[in-house]
Design a protein around this ligand. Structure first.
Ligand code: NDP
Length: 386
């Protein structure tokens, strides 16, 4: 019998929803690269479209785990030595956590987790786990690759349009009874004809490029691996050998690379100084990719016209985090990858990974980040340990 420790975000403040805005969600069976969506043996312990990412939703895992004699602990209490998370960590065999409400699995916590075999990210992005420490401790790290890539890509498109067109301030004026058009439009532009560049064109970055193509933008990208000539031609892409070259040329930058030790603070004062005056930056990848106070300085000086994203450090962000109040920001709490549609896929993927683990069958390569003491699968392609 295994103890499975699952850390999820708290329930809605008004309580677990008695009903939903819609009755069904579309069924997605394949992703753009041909990968199949999660295929657990099942049955699923939830109806797709239900809120399963919060504590009461339990990712729909209880019936499966208890039927197989395992113990499931679900909590949102994750900070500090007296938290429920630390209390259960020493004898947990599996830890499930989400990037939206990350249970940081630091080196120190991994050292305490003597029984830990599997750290499973219900979503994408396992930077809240010290991957090097996990590798050394023989812990397998897996995530549900592909499950929320389109959810995030859609959020990026929304943020591009809302920043450039000045949507959020204009909406604020409308709901506050104001009808001053000049106030709405003094910072409002069309995206058509602008230059847009993504730093990293993996699953999400490429999906963003494809979705922005019909808006008539000139599209740029940089990535350690160049996309195929067919894709470059189809989307009319300009490839840049590095981020410095890209940020000099584009009006809107999208940051979509993973966070690992050498990408921390990738955007600092120096990188902002290389951007065009009046450029916009979107970051739905990870908060720590951007130096917290450098972005505030770039916005306050007018060098950067806007910053939007949904990733912060730490999470949840403290009340006095300057990104909550800095000028021209379009921030949201970390929500892009946890729409109800995304939850249905990553909860099913979590079940699929657990089934493989407990049945002692291989976990899909694309879900693996660390295995056998080293980076593996998707982890070997996209992450670095230093
Ligand atoms: P992928 O693994 O598909 O793509 C990541 C891309 O980043 C790869 O193409 C990789 O290059 C590239 N890359 C790695 N290092 C660098 C670098 N130094 N400079 C430029 N490019 C680099 O991941 P996804 O697209 O699915 O996700 C990307 C990130 O988005 C995740 O790591 C996560 O942090 C974040 N994310 C956020 C979510 C949210 O809810 N806000 C949800 C999901 C993900 P290559 O493999 O070609 O070497």
């Amino acid at each position: 019998m295994a103890k499975v420790l699952c850390v999820l975000y708290p329930d809605p403040q008004a309580g677990y929803p008695p009903q939903y805005a819609r009755d069904t969600i579309p069924t997605i069976t394949h992703y753009a690269n041909g990968q199949t969506a999660p295929t657990p043996k099942g049955p699923l312990g939830f109806k797709p479209g239900e809120l399963v990412g919060c504590v009461s939703g339990e990712l729909g895992l209880r019936s499966y785990l208890e039927k197989h004699g395992h113990e499931l602990i679900v909590t949102s209490d994750k900070e500090g030595p007296h938290s429920e998370f630390e209390k259960h960590l020493p004898d947990a065999e599996v830890v499930i956590s989400q990037p939206f409400w990350p249970a940081y699995l630091t080196k120190e916590r991994i050292a305490k987790a003597k029984n830990l075999k599997l750290a499973l990210t219900a979503g994408i992005g396992s930077d809240h786990v010290d991957l090097e420490a996990a590798a050394k401790a023989g812990v397998t790290v897996a995530e549900v690759t592909g499950s929320n890539s389109i959810s995030v890509a859609e959020h990026v498109v929304m943020m591009v349009l809302s920043l450039v067109r000045n949507y959020l301030p204009a909406h604020g004026l409308a709901v506050n009874g104001v009808w001053n058009i000049a106030d709405c439009v003094e910072r409002s532009y069309d995206v058509e004809g602008m230059h847009f560049g993504t730093i990293a064109a993996g699953r999400i970055g490429l999906a963003v490029l494809r979705r922005l193509k019909p808006f008539g933008l000139c599209l740029h990208y940089t990535d350690p691996h160049r996309l195929s000539p067919e894709i470059e031609k189809e989307l009319g892409l300009t490839f840049h050998p590095n981020a410095e070259s890209l940020v000099k040329e584009v009006d809107i930058v999208n940051l979509q690379m993973p966070l690992y030790p050498s990408t921390e603070h990738f955007f600092d004062d120096k990188m902002f100084a290389k951007m065009k005056r009046g450029a916009y930056l979107i970051n739905t990848a990870r908060g720590k990719l951007v130096e917290r106070d450098a972005v505030v300085r770039a916005l306050s000086s007018g060098h950067l016209a806007g910053y939007a994203g949904d990733v912060w450090f730490p999470q949840p962000a403290p009340l006095d985090h300057p990104w909550r109040t800095m000028p021209f920001n379009g921030m949201t709490p970390h929500m892009s990858g946890t729409s109800l549609s995304a939850q249905a896929r990553y909860a099913a993927g979590t079940l699929e990974i657990l089934e493989s683990y407990f049945d002692k069958t291989p976990i899909r390569q694309e879900y693996l980040i660390v295995d056998g003491g080293k980076l593996a699968g998707t982890g070997a392609q996209s992450y670095k340990l230093t």
